[in-house]
Design a protein around this ligand. Structure first.
Ligand code: NAD
Length: 479
């Protein structure tokens, strides 16, 4: 069982001072040179490699997670993202010439990627390292200064990050403020140049409203009920292994975890059996004794997920596997529900825990109708070898991202932007998308004074100007 750590200190009162310091650094141009960006990325890399085991211990305390799993999904993952960005830094931050229309020649046009200023990163508790530091990679690479607000709900990790930042990062370039809603509110009162928020949609609305007062642009990385379609012709044992890993990693508390499975009635039972086998293969007969299976982050969160489960069973869903729990240990067994109907409570919100409902539908078409009836999810998954079905899913399902045959790996491919759509978020990051996100693309046009080709568009307007309009746009006034 994971120990619950004492609450983090509140840095609410320090927020204005931290932001002012970061603003001074930015305005002095200290983070603009490429060498300076590389140096700050190198500091962050050291924080991760030298502090990785300390972070692994903190994550184990907050989430009961095995340190190897934390290296896989947070620490080494973020180093991979950092190395990818550092390797491509020159190319992604260089000025880019674009063609000039013949009618405007001689002239040149250039897109200049410049940093935004002071960026705020507000993070949730479920991947409390990756979701703070992966945005930091992009923001530093783009030449910004950054204030980080880790989640108070993962207190051991928040403290560890603050300690490691003090040891490894330049406080004039990266500030870290701890605390809950009070600290976030203080941060939102500052006139930041960009806010990068990851979390639930309720707080996202608070963040977007506060940001609007200062016209601060926001990126919202939210969640949703990511569905999985399973074609009954698939090898269900192999499918179950893939779903089980993605679902029960971090005890189901993953924004892109499969929320529920949609499949046909003939496949539902066998798939449920294979999923139960996959759980036993990963965590043994009693997952509460397994060092590889995590726990829920807090007693409130445990109570919420347990109520979703119990209410659904009371309403007629069948408990196919799991359901055992220990509230004090924040433990909930990997659980599979069959016979789940759309009106059961477990289908009413993002589960964000280790309960997997299997919903029977008569065809792919019905599965798509059901997905489209809800909000756009952060991810949609499918197991099918039918090319026409795959094309149909890509065409008809709106989601932040999609993966066929392997849930969640869309996230681990740095060339794929990661973000939601509609209720699952606004904006995307990772790799070049991060550098673009944290940059302003300034348009720079330049034209010599001679020859004076623009004389043709100046008044008085006559036949020549009409001809010029036609030459420029292909259409123009007839008279
Ligand atoms: P949350 O919205 O409760 O908290 C996120 C952040 O907001 C925290 O730093 C918290 O301190 C702050 N906050 C909380 N209440 C606030 C208030 N009243 N005013 C101002 N700030 C406040 O989110 P959570 O519960 O930590 O995260 C769960 C959600 O995040 C799920 O929906 C999940 O799917 C989503 N999520 C999305 C991604 C992604 O990358 N898209 C990743 C992880 C989690």
């Amino acid at each position: 069982m994971a120990d619950q750590h004492p609450p983090v200190p509140s840095d609410e009162a320090h927020v204005p001072g931290v932001v002012a310091r970061l603003r001074r650094t930015f305005e002095a141009g200290a983070t603009l040179p490429r060498e300076s960006r590389r140096a700050h990325l190198a500091d962050l890399r050291r924080l991760l490699t030298e502090g990785g085991d300390e972070l692994g211990d903190a994550l184990a305390a907050d989430l009961g997670r095995h340190p190897t799993e934390s290296w896989l999904v947070e620490i080494a993952f973020t180093v991979g993202e950092l190395d990818h960005v550092a390797r491509n830094l020159r190319r992604w931050t260089s000025n880019r010439r674009v063609p000039v229309p013949a009618t405007l020649l001689p002239a040149s046009a250039t897109v200049v990627r410049e940093p935004l200023g002071v960026v705020g990163v507000i993070a949730p508790w479920n991947y409390p390292v990756q979701l703070v530091l992966a945005p930091l990679v992009g923001a530093l690479a783009a030449g910004n200064t950054v204030v980080l607000k880790p989640s108070e709900v993962a207190p051991a990790t928040s403290r560890a990050l603050a300690g490691l930042a003090a040891r490894h990062l330049d406080p004039d370039v990266v500030g870290i403020v701890q605390g809950g809603a009070g600290t976030t509110t203080a941060l939102l009162e500052e006139r930041l140049d960009h806010i990068f928020y990851t979390g639930g949609s309720r707080v996202a609305r608070i963040v977007a409203t506060a940001a609007a007062q200062n016209l601060t642009p926001v990126t919202l990385e939210l969640g949703g009920c990511s569905p999985v379609w399973v074609d009954p012709r698939q090898d269900l044992k192999a499918v179950a292994g893939r779903i089980a890993w993605a679902k029960w990693l971090n005890a189901g508390q993953t924004c892109v975890a499969p929320n529920h499975v949609l499949t046909t009635p003939d496949a539902a039972g066998p798939l449920a059996d294979h999923l139960a086998d996959a759980v036993r293969a990963m965590y043994g007969a009693d997952p509460s004794a397994s060092p590889d299976y995590g726990c829920l982050v807090s007693e409130q969160h445990h109570a919420r997920v347990a109520a979703l489960l119990d209410d659904s069973v009371a309403a007629g869903a069948h408990l196919h596997h799991g359901g055992r729990r220990d509230t004090a240990a924040r433990y909930l067994e990997p659980t599979i529900l069959t016979g789940v109907r759309p009106h059961h409570r477990v289908m009413s919100e993002e589960i964000f825990g280790p309960v997997l409902p299997i919903v029977e539908v008569d065809s792919l078409g019905s599965a798509i109708d059901q997905i489209r009836a809800g909000e756009h999810p952060l991810a949609a998954y499918a197991f099918t070898d039918d090319d026409a079905d795959r094309r149909r899913l890509v065409r008809e399902v709106r989601a932040g991202g999609m993966a066929f045959g392997a849930p969640m790996l869309q996230l681990s491919t740095p060339g794929l932007p990661f973000g939601g759509v509609g209720e699952s978020g606004t904006g995307a990051y990772h790799g070049e998308a991060s550098v673009r996100l944290f940059s302003h693309e300034k348009s720079v046009f330049s034209k010599p004074l001679r020859p004076d080709t623009l004389a043709l568009v100046r008044a008085p307007y006559g036949r020549r100007t009409r001809g010029m309009v036609r030459a420029m746009f292909g259409i123009g006034p007839r008279r």
